[in-house]
Design a protein around this ligand. Structure first.
Ligand code: NAD
Length: 352
């Protein structure tokens, strides 16, 4: 066996249908009694439901969480938390709301409770991306990692089908890259494999029957595993491409991941046959890249960057930005094959 380092991040996770009910007891256990509830405007109802559940333990709601954690929004939330004397935050939502909770914790050290309602996985990571003046920067740190995570399957029953598909593919991307990460280890690889298996099995069922509780539980469990992978080991080409292309051309996060993943996987396939075999087996497909592409197609997810609004002439800039800062990847980053990859993803072609 190859020598490895395995370092577990602290996590307290409560998982199950109806699990939101334990939130008050989780606050009591941590001796917290003044929660600021966070959400997007779209999830204001769920934030109110949580404030009602917490009763006197909730001191207010901030419902302006936004994609990519704009610093101005964080500053407004921090000011409100201070004004209300909050001693913790409860984020209800996906990566955007979780990101706001992390950004507040970074500045105030307030304890974070997260009620995760998408499959993006941010709740399991010590990673925060923030935007200021149109620039996104990412950092890692112990203060960023949420302390308590609640996965309540019931809160995901209404996650729209399109979002379920792309958010699920976003989760799978974390597991795919964990299997060939530079610092991969056998424990995280088990989670990655099982995460892909659970999501690959559940997402097609959810497309046909979005309120299927068993499939929703399977998908949310897979998302938890995949998020753990993202938090534990380093990512490579796929995440870098999504960061560059999503950031430069202002493309939606989960959709961008969905489209790029099969192509980034195909790029790395020659360098990582064992990881590819594990991905393909988890998907029940002949090849990893084709299995991912076919899964996205089966889910009715977007397959072409041009359908997200990226222009063909943007491909040059994307190639430049993806290749200018050297970073680790199992296969060397070379401009011509990267151009071919991005061009295929732009057009929605099958992965090469
Ligand atoms: P999101 O949090 O932006 O949510 C998208 C929309 O769906 C929002 O309007 C939200 O309110 C709504 N929504 C969420 N759950 C719902 C539900 N159950 N029912 C109905 N509507 C619901 O989307 P996301 O993909 O979860 O997160 C994307 C953001 O998270 C990006 O900014 C990305 O960079 C970040 N992210 C960070 C990490 C990390 O580890 N730091 C990991 C993954 C994603």
């Amino acid at each position: 066996m190859v020598p490895f380092l395995y370092e577990a991040l602290p996590a307290r996770v409560r998982f199950g249908a109806g699990m939101l009910a334990v939130l008050p007891e989780e606050l009591d256990r941590a001796s917290k009694s003044r929660a600021l509830v966070l959400s997007t405007t779209q999830q204001r109802d769920q934030a109110e439901q949580i404030a009602t559940l917490l009763g006197a333990r909730a001191v207010g709601i901030f419902d302006n969480a936004m994609m990519h954690t704009p610093v101005g929004v964080t500053e407004a939330a921090v000011a409100l938390a201070r004004e209300l004397g909050a001693d913790c935050t409860v984020a209800v939502g996906g990566g955007s709301t979780t990101g706001l909770g992390k950004a507040i914790a970074l500045r105030t050290d307030l304890m974070q409770f997260v009620v995760a309602t998408t499959y993006a996985g941010s709740e399991m990571t010590p990673i925060l991306g923030q935007t200021e003046g149109g620039r996104k920067t990412t950092q890692r740190g112990a203060a960023i990692l949420p302390e308590v995570v609640i996965y309540d399957v019931d809160l995901t029953l209404g996650l729209p089908k399109g979002m379920s598909a792309t958010s699920g593919m976003n989760a799978i991307a974390h597991a795919v890259e964990a299997l060939y990460a530079k610092d991969r280890n056998p424990i995280i690889s088990l989670m990655a494999e099982d995460g892909i298996l659970a999501l690959g099995r559940a997402l097609p069922v959810i497309m046909d029957d979005p309120r299927n509780g068993d499939a929703r539980a399977d998908a949310l469990y897979g998302a938890f595993l995949c998020g753990t992978c993202l938090g534990a080991v380093g990512m490579a080409l796929h995440h870098k491409l999504c960061h560059v292309i999503g950031g430069s051309f202002d493309l939606p996060h989960a959709e961008t991941h969905t489209i790029i993943l099969p192509h980034a996987t195909a790029y790395n396939a020659p360098a990582e046959p064992e990881a590819m075999a594990r991905i393909a087996a988890a998907l029940g497909a002949e090849s990893a890249a084709r299995g991912l592409y076919d899964l996205a197609g089966r889910l009715g997810a977007p397959l072409a960057l041009r359908d997200l609004g990226m222009k063909e002439q943007d491909i040059d800039r994307a190639v430049r930005e993806a290749t200018e800062n050297p970073y680790w990847n199992p296969r060397p980053i070379e401009p011509e094959p990267i151009r071919a990859l991005i061009a295929r993803a732009w057009a929605g072609d099958v992965p090469a």
